[in-house]
Design a protein around this ligand. Structure first.
Ligand SMILES: [Mg+2]
Length: 293
């Protein structure tokens, strides 16, 4: 069964919440808040709402302010907001839409119209989420794609520099992958890539970033890892790979590891050093880990 989408209904008058919740509770999972601060908290807690129905006139923080806060925060910006309000001046509606709300419903409303508009915006949200996933994921392996890797890594690295944290970059290339494709066909090659990705994903911590860099190349960002810890990690990955035949084949990979230098080393620079170490691993016989100087 498909998971129900979640609506967050925000209104300082409980009777208004009851009315809307009564109308929508069969189709959606409902969260409720009677003030702006509670709305901001719930917008960031699981399950994150797919849509917020937001009253405008509330004491302390009004709906417009709540909307501004939601829009200013990276983790809540993508949640669509519909204002539900008794303010029926055109300027009010314009103001709400300028703030970034997707729609504006004026009380008293027709229940059928509320249901229809909510359904429309939930559908748009689902389509947007699917597009975001498509844009971020490598389609074959479900790992991050190269584009997201560059973005996320740049952030991780400036964080590491700022707080003086250790960080290492691991670059991995499957050995003799071309021969797999040539001898067994591309569908086997694809299956190998998917399985290798799954094995790596199983071995890393949730905070580690892993991406398919291209072809049969993968990159892993290891937070709080120096060369010694990173080597242990890489050896674990190497052993996990050689320990489990994939599609009846013995698959191995070569690993290049580089630790971020202090000062201003960029992601491109540390990645380049990891790539050089990987090149050495290939030259020194493959199925091994080499460290950058
Ligand atoms: Mg109110």
């Amino acid at each position: 069964m498909e998971k129900k989408s979640t609506l967050l209904i925000v209104d300082d008058a409980p009777s208004n919440i009851q009315l809307l919740a009564g109308l929508l509770k069969d189709k959606y999972q409902i969260k409720i808040a009677t003030d702006g601060q509670r709305c901001l908290d719930l917008a960031q807690s699981d399950p994150v709402p797919d849509l917020i129905l937001l009253d405008v006139q509330m004491p302390e923080m009004n709906g417009y302010e709540v909307c501004r806060h939601l829009q200013a925060n990276d983790s809540t910006r993508q949640i669509p907001i519909i204002f539900v309000t008794g303010k029926d001046q055109t300027e009010d509606e314009e103001f709400g839409l300028i703030l970034g709300a997707v729609d504006y419903i004026i009380k008293p409303y027709s229940p059928a119209i509320v249901e229809a508009r909510v359904a429309t915006h939930i559908k748009l949200k689902q389509q947007n989420d699917a597009l975001r996933r498509l844009a971020m994921e490598d389609q074959l392996t479900g790992l991050y794609n190269r584009h997201v890797l560059m973005d996320v890594s740049t952030k991780r690295i400036s964080q590491a520099h700022r707080h003086n944290l250790t960080l290492s970059v691991l670059m991995i290339d499957i050995d003799h992958f071309k021969a797999v494709n040539d001898e067994h066909g591309h569908s086997v090659g694809d299956a190998v890539l998917r399985q290798v990705a799954a094995i790596f994903k199983q071995q890393i911590r949730t905070e580690d970033v892993i991406a398919r860099f291209g072809g049969e190349e993968f990159v892993i960002i290891l937070d709080n890892c120096d060369l010694a810890k990173g080597t242990k990690k890489a050896e674990l990955l190497r052993a996990a790979l050689t320990g489990s035949p994939i599609e009846g084949l013995r698959v191995s990979a070569s690993f290049g590891l580089a630790q971020l230098r202090d000062k201003d080393e960029t992601f491109e620079q540390v990645l380049h050093r990891a790539d050089e170490a990987l090149y050495n691993a290939k030259n020194n016989g493959r199925n091994r880990v080499e460290l950058a100087d």
